[in-house]
Every structure is written in structure tokens, then in C-alpha cells.
Design a protein around this ligand. Structure first.
Ligand SMILES: O=C(O)CCC(=O)C(=O)O
Length: 374
């Protein structure tokens, strides 16, 4: 029922989006650069239909049968660090989740529900402000950081039906305060607190993943390095009357080490498994932990970096906050000691700055992981 008609389009080596989009682009009446100056939220407010460059052939597949829910395991991180015997069982479930889904729903992470609600609320309040206020943090067309849309993708690639605010949050000297909103008044304080809380969770998750694989507990933390980066992406998906024409975010795997995703109570995120799209259930208390390509490389392919996408919703807008944890710039990463078997079976090469390479490919609708494969 849910088999994709064109699975090749999602294989690591081949275009994620279809050739059809390129055909559509040839009749594009306006350049994407010009279009991006008008934000999706404004278009929706003024009742505008999606312009051609937003139309994404892949979205058509979303109008078929209602997709199954992803049975992504929920892992209690507080159990994993406990001395009790069920910690081992929880680690086993963690490993199995990352080998199959490449993700898990983390609970017991130590961040209170009220704080998670505050984060979602401040994100919503930011996007609900007048355009003039948000425009104070507007990014340039080619820049990554700031408010607006991702840099214009290559000709033929669809634009995402969403607005976002992208910020470097750690290390502190990487921050660019001109992009950090002053309104809502609590925004900066909450993001600062969120960063510190996420760093604690990173330590717990990184150690738990290593323990689940019976390798040295600090090996992932060391491989990422002390100046590993954290970047926060606040996503606002406006309602769309055309969910089968546009996607909130097109199919991609993350170029990060791994990513934390805080969803609200509106479904939309889907992950691809065995050629089938599954909807990720919402659980406002949980933080979804999703492997990026760099963890797939470091684990020698044991953990999977899942392809995922976000659908639009005709009834409700949706908010999410993604926090990307990425090895420090210039640091070589590769399969870690202990995950290469006695016969020396190494599936991935060592790479530096994979995130940058990933981005170049992403802009073309491609994955970059094959460059790391031996
Ligand atoms: O909105 C979501 O749930 C996922 C967001 C995402 O994939 C991203 O920001 O890269």
C-alpha cells in the first residue's frame, strides 16, 4: 500500500526530487530569489496560491491513503543512567531503535514539560509578530543564519512551504547576536537556557549510544570534539490549502551528527523506512532524537540516518524546533574504534566538514552519504 512508485528517487545516490520539478522550473515565471522576499506566512495571510517554484512533485504522493504511524520507540533516559538491571534492557531498546528507525522519542531527559511548552510558545510568538519586526532579523538570500527561508536551492529544486529562524547557538563565540530576536522579550533567555539544557542531554545521549554498542563511553563525545556546534532552527509551517502540491520541508537526511526535534501537537513529520512513509506521532513531552549522516558514518552504518520530510496541514499551522549537534569544524570523523570488526570491515571513509558537503548536495536534491561510503 505504501510502497513508493519511484524508490530510486530516494536512494542515497540519486535525486531526491523528481525530474518533473526540473520541468516545472523551466516555466517558472519568477526567480526564486525574488519569491523568497515574500514569506510563506504573508502569502497565506493574503490568500495567495503557492507560486510554481514551491510546487513539489513529491507532495502528490501525500494524498494517497492515510500513512501509518511510525512505531518509533520511546526511551526513558533516566532509566539508562540508573544502576538498575533494566538500564541494560533500555540500552538494548535504544540500540534497536537507532538500527531500525534511526531515531527514538526521548523522555526522562530532565527538561520539564513547562520549559518545553515555553520554548514552543516563544517560537509561536516570534512568528506571529508583524513582518516588520521579524524582518529585523532577515537573512540575505545566500546566508544560512537569520529569519526567512533557506538559501535558494539549485534550479529545479522546490522551495519549502515554511518560514524559519536559524541560529548558531554554541559555542558562544559563534553566536551572531544581530539575528537573536529581542522580541518576544523572553526569547534570548529561553534559547540560552535551552542550549545549556540540550548540552546536558547531549552528554547523556552520546554516552548511552556508546554504551548500547559496548564501546568506550566517551567515544562519540570525543569524536565530536569540544567545539562541536549546536544550531537551532525554529520552523513555522503555515496552513496550506494545497497539501498535495507543497511540502513543509522536502525529503532529506540530516548532515548533522544527530538532531533533536521538539514537535508541537500537530502531526506533519514523516520518516522513510523500507520505502514507506510513516508519520511520526506527536508527544509534546518527548524530544525526538534523530541520527544524522555523521552518526551513520561514525557507527560504521550500524545506526541509520533516516530520510524525513514535513507535510503541510490544511487546518492547523505547525511549530517545531530542531537543534543540530555537529562535530567541530575541521575535525576528521570516521567509523569509531570498536565498530570495525576483526576482519576490518569498514564501510565508510574518514571525512572532514561533512556538513558543508552535505549542504551542497542537499541544494541539488541529493544526499552526500555515498561520498563517505567505501
Ligand atoms: O519540523 C520537523 O518536525 C522536522 C524539521 C526538520 O527536519 C528540519 O528542521 O531539518
Amino acid at each position: 500500500m505504501c510502497k513508493l512508485k519511484n524508490t530510486a528517487a530516494l536512494s542515497p545516490k540519486i535525486l531526491i526530487d523528481s525530474i518533473e520539478n526540473q520541468k516545472m522550473a523551466q516555466v517558472t515565471p519568477l526567480k526564486a530569489e525574488i519569491l523568497l522576499a515574500t514569506r510563506v506566512q504573508e502569502m497565506v495571510l493574503h490568500g495567495k496560491d503557492p507560486p510554481q517554484p514551491y510546487k513539489c512533485r513529491e507532495a502528490e504522493s501525500t494524498k494517497t491513503d492515510s500513512p501509518p504511524l511510525a512505531e518509533i520507540p520511546t526511551i526513558d533516559l533516566s532509566q539508562i543512567s540508573s544502576p538498575h538491571s533494566h538500564a541494560q534492557a533500555e540500552l538494548g531498546r535504544l540500540k534497536s531503535a537507532l538500527c531500525s528507525w534511526g531515531s527514538f522519542q526521548a523522555v526522562g531527559h530532565g527538561i520539564s514539560s513547562s520549559f518545553l511548552n515555553e520554548m514552543r510558545q516563544v517560537a509561536r510568538e516570534f512568528f506571529e509578530q508583524p513582518m516588520e519586526e521579524k524582518a529585523r532579523y532577515a537573512k540575505g538570500v545566500t546566508e544560512m543564519e537569520g529569519y526567512g527561508a533557506d538559501p535558494v536551492p539549485e534550479e529545479g529544486q522546490p522551495l519549502d512551504w515554511q518560514d524559519r529562524l536559524f541560529l548558531d547557538v554554541y559555542p558562544h563565540d559563534k553566536r551572531n547576536p544581530k539575528f537573536w530576536p529581542e522580541k518576544p522579550a523572553s526569547f534570548r533567555r529561553l534559547l540560552e537556557e535551552c542550549t545549556e539544557k540540550m548540552r546536558v542531554v547531549i552528554e547523556v545521549v552520546s554516552k548511552a549510544m556508546a554504551n548500547s554498542l559496548n564501546i568506550e563511553e566517551n567515544c562519540f563525545l570525543n569524536a565530536f570534539g569540544e567545539r562541536a556546534t549546536l544550531q537551532a532552527r525554529f520552523n513555522y509551517y503555515s496552513r496550506s490549502q494545497f497539501p498535495d502540491l507543497v511540502l513543509g520541508i522536502k525529503s532529506h537526511a540530516d548532515g548533522s551528527g544527530y538532531t533533536f526535534i521538539l514537535q508541537d501537537d500537530v502531526e506533519g513529520l514523516q520518516v522513510l523506512k523500507n520505502d514507506c512513509w510513516y508519520t511520526v506521532p506527536v508527544n509534546p513531552q518527548a524530544i525526538l532524537v534523530l541520527m544524522g549522516d555523521q552518526m551513520e558514518i561514525m557507527t560504521n552504518g550500524i545506526f541509520k540516518s533516516p530520510v524525513h520530510r514535513v507535510l503541510t496541514n490544511s487546518e492547523r499551522e505547525r511549530i517545531s524546533i530542531a537543534v543540530f549537534y555537529t562535530p567541530e569544524p575541521g575535525k576528521e570523523i570516521g567509523p569509531v574504534d570498536g565498530l570495525v570488526d576483526e576482519d576490518g570491515n569498514v564501510l565508510y571513509k574518514k571525512m572532514k566538514d561533512y556538513g558543508t558537503i552535505h549542504w551542497d548536495y542537499y541544494q541539488k536534491g541529493l544526499r552526500a552519504i555515498h561520498l563517505a561510503q567505501i
